[in-house]
Ligand binder design. Sequence first.
Ligand code: SAH
Length: 467
Amino acid sequence: MLLEITTTHQPTSDLGYLLHKHPDKFQSFDLSHGQVHVFYPELTEEKVKFCLLLDIDPIELVKGGRNLSGKGFALGHYVNDRIYVASSFMSVGISKTLSSALNGRCKDRPELLGVKMPFEVKISVLPAPIGGAILIQKLFEPLGYKVQLERHILDAKFESWGESKYYTLYLKNELTLQELLTHLYVLIPVLDNDKHYYVGKNEIDKLVARGGDWLQEHPERKQIAERYLFNLKSLSRQALERLIEKDGNETAEAGIVETHEEMVKRKTLHQKRLYKVVEKLLETNAESVLDLGCGEGKLLRLLLKQKQFKKITGMDVSFSELKKAKDKLYYDDMAPKQKERIQLFQGSLLYSDTRLLGYDAAAIVEVIEHLDENRLKSFERVIFEIARPKSVVITTPNGEYNALFPNLKEGAMRHSDHRFEWTRKEFQDWATAIAQKNNYTVSFEPIGEEDEQYGAPSQMGVFSYAS
Ligand code: SAH
């Protein structure tokens, strides 16, 4: 589904500042069930058009076990409109890519925040319940929008089948960008009629409070709040919850003033890294896995989702990180069968530990750079000589790539606790020597988008014991 936002406000470059999106760039971001692409197909001195294209992956949706539309239709789980319509996934896309604009932040040009601009919006396509056209008008007109709707027929070849429930929606209004985005963010899922779940009353109150003045004063506020929350719960609960979750413990890169785009990039890079590690571990056929330096347990959460892993162990030197991991895994509330699969304990990678013996694989993700270089020999002994899992996956930043971080001074590191950030050669030399000495083979892979000169932001070595 496609959201197009056009304005004739001048200078047209103002829109890019407000959206925190560079007009010359085509950018893509990962969602839990697909991708969102943002780009500007039109930019002249008179007019600028910004697009947000949602590309939902139907396989991921089914894999995610989403309870999809199609009740009473046996194949509804696989054959449904979710990938074509603007639903709560559109709200996820908006908040994932445009969160500064949605929250009314504009670091470079704060004076633009209050500027009302003439906007034209096109949404292709919206599903609407019975009486859809009237509902759409009732939702948008009180907010000052001129509404125009194009209803699509069910099948152009069979006109007698009549009209579908799908509309292309055109809106016109003069308002601030933040107002526009919050309206769309709330009202798009309101129109989606697919599932109904019970939602507690206080959640409705919270939305009304968060929706700001416009929602409080909207004549349809009750209907909006109820429908929004029902649909939100049903379709993208996990995705939205993950977004709303305030992730204060994200390993922020010290000393760098991050732009919103950089922050999104870093988060998606870490997700990519974790998914890649899971993929590698699955390939090794491992059934028992150690996550060493597990931090707050992001990888553990992904490992638990894979049935292949029967025994999953997280270890970290930091007690407070382990406590966070326990909370985030909802360990205390886990079903007994799940609980049996996972354990957490405090320990250090620098001291030999019998609890690390007997595992098929170990993942050590963004940890080695936290160890003093002169202690790496102990690390090597503990993992490769004593614990000796059949496979070891290690990731670490690629220091060469730092040249591409505009705010990072030459020679500085991404995180204040990093003791080193190796070049690709330094990492490969170190890893190859360890492998040779300990009877492992090792192969390397980049993680993240590769730059021709500097490589990818992160790097991975996959070791296999050559029995
Ligand atoms: N692997 C996690 C966390 C990376 S941050 C992730 O990718 O999200 C680095 C982690 O390594 C921190 O949680 C830190 O407490 C842990 N750590 C640092 N030194 C360690 C050591 N000697 N032994 C075990 N864990 C260590």
